[in-house]
Design a protein around this ligand. Sequence first.
Ligand code: URA
Length: 292
Amino acid sequence: MSRRAQFLEVLGIATEWVPRARNDALAEAVPALAPAPAAMPVAQAPVATTAAQTAPAAAVAAEAVQPLSAPAVQPAARVPVVPALVPAGPAPGSAQAEREAAIAAMDWPALDAAVAGCTACGLCQTRTNTVFGVGDRQAEWMLVGEAPGENEDLQGEPFVGQAGKLLDNMLGALGLARGRNVFIANVLKCRPPGNRNPEPEEVAQCEPFLRRQIALVRPRVIVVLGRFAAQSLLRTTTPIGKLRGTVHAYEGIPVVVTYHPAYLLRTLTDKARAWEDLCLAREVHDRAGAGA
Ligand code: URA
């Protein structure tokens, strides 16, 4: 079974079928399904539409069908890299600037201890455990989520709930596994009570930890999971639908944005798009390796 088919199966889309007549119309309407024009950058490429997004399964089954070919992911050479906005940062000489400088100089054990003992924001009062991150500390891939949920808070490990199972399946479809060439972390290391959205102040206090983790791992590619993590990391308010399909940069490292697995569990229509994002991330990863 192809990796794409495997991926779509774990996401609950067993087979992509499209009516024969509709296939031509789709290829016309969605050029990504037709042979790729010579130099279309991914940033401008329309998102590929699949049968799962265009027609209910029962309607499709009643018609003559043929499989869609996988939309080609454009070579990374044509992918523009969009630099992140430069953060304003704390005032030079301020206590926060000193704290950030100290964190930026930490090695893994010091960083581990600093996160475990952090009291920089109110989340320390409600957490059960800090959730540092998990995986290979020399990984070529880094995945960044939003914040621990209930299960993660209890176990001290990121993505251990239902969304985590889906994430593991997504990694498997890419030929990766948790802890093998992948490091998984969150923007926040402590659970916001009731899974509320993180507050800007909490992000400001916690982000230096993530920045140091990224600097220590030095991955070839960062895959950002979900709107919140993407907007925090890239310091933007651009909607996730517009952040996808473009290679961004965080501290000089390429960043690919995709949907959060918890969202994918609820939203059938965006599941196939996540596969396109991961194909782009793989392309960026392989290209970074070729140039290393
Ligand atoms: N959602 C996240 O963003 N991170 C986790 O660790 C768990 C759920």
